[in-house]
Design a binder for this molecule. Structure first.
Ligand code: DAT
Ligand code: MG
Length: 142
C-alpha cells in the first residue's frame, strides 16, 4: 500500500443540507489529511469536462445539470490507500444500496443526488485533482 491523494467533492445537494462540516470531519477522523478545499459553482461546461468519462452514459446530461445547479466543495485528501478507503467511507453510488454508516447512506437522496464524489482510481485522481487545484493550493506541510 502507498500514500495516495484523492479528490472528494461535496455535491450541491449535500452543500444545501449543511453537511460540508460533517463530511470533512468524517474523512479527517479516518486518518485522511485535508490538503486543499474550496467552494465553487461549476458551469454546465465545466461539469461536462469534469465528468467527460461519462459522456456516452444516459445520465450525463442530468448529472452535469445537477453538478452545475449550485455550489459544491471539492477537496484533496491524502493517506494510506486513500482512494479505495474513501470509496468505502462514502458507500455505494445508489444511497439506497449504501452500507450503514457511510456518507451516502447518511446524506444521499437518490442515485443522482448522492451527496459526494470520490476519485475511483489513481488515473482519475490524476485528472480530477488538478482540475480544481493548482500546486499553490495544495498544502502537505503541516
Ligand atoms: P460514482 O460516483 O459512485 O463513482 P459513477 O462514476 O458510476 O458513480 O457515476 C457518476 C455519477 O453519475 C454518480 O455519482 C451519480 C450519477 N449516476 C450514476 N448512475 C446514475 C443513474 N443510473 N442515474 C442517474 N445518475 C447516475
Ligand atoms: Mg465514478
Amino acid at each position: 500500500m502507498a500514500v495516495e491523494r484523492t479528490l472528494v467533492i461535496v455535491k450541491p445537494d449535500a452543500v444545501k443540507k449543511n453537511a460540508v462540516g460533517d463530511i470533512v470531519r468524517i474523512l479527517q477522523e479516518n486518518d485522511l489529511k485535508l490538503l486543499a478545499i474550496k467552494m465553487v459553482h461549476l458551469t454546465k461546461e465545466q461539469a461536462k469536462k469534469f465528468y467527460i468519462v461519462h459522456k456516452e452514459r444516459p445520465f450525463y446530461d442530468e448529472l452535469t445539470d445537477f453538478m452545475s445547479s449550485g455550489p459544491c466543495v471539492p477537496m484533496v485528501l491524502e493517506g494510506e490507500n486513500a482512494i479505495a478507503r474513501v470509496r468505502e467511507i462514502i458507500g455505494a453510488t445508489d444511497p439506497a444500496k449504501a452500507a450503514e454508516g457511510t456518507i451516502r447512506k447518511k446524506y444521499g437522496t437518490d442515485v443522482g443526488r448522492n451527496a459526494v464524489h470520490a476519485s475511483d482510481s489513481p488515473e482519475s485522481a490524476a485528472y480530477e485533482i488538478p482540475f480544481f487545484f493548482n500546486q499553490l493550493e495544495i498544502h502537505d506541510q503541516y
